[in-house]
Design a protein. Structure first.
Length: 60
């Protein structure tokens, strides 16, 4: 039963990550794969995304 609950939780979590992300303002946000990989383990995902985009904005 424990394994079933872990599987269901992991499935729901993956579904939530794959759905469209919205910021607090309610505007849809698209995060590219490189940014997502870089910020996947961050404590605050959106702060990491903003910092990563600011750092890499100059390179693009």
């Amino acid at each position: 039963m424990k394994r079933l609950m872990i599987f269901v939780t992991a499935a729901l979590l993956s579904i939530s990550f794959n759905s469209m992300a919205f910021t607090l303002a309610g505007t849809p946000t698209v995060v590219d794969k490189e940014t997502y990989k870089y910020c996947a383990g961050a404590q605050n995902f959106w702060v990491c995304v903003q910092a990563y985009e600011l750092r890499n904005k100059k390179q693009k």
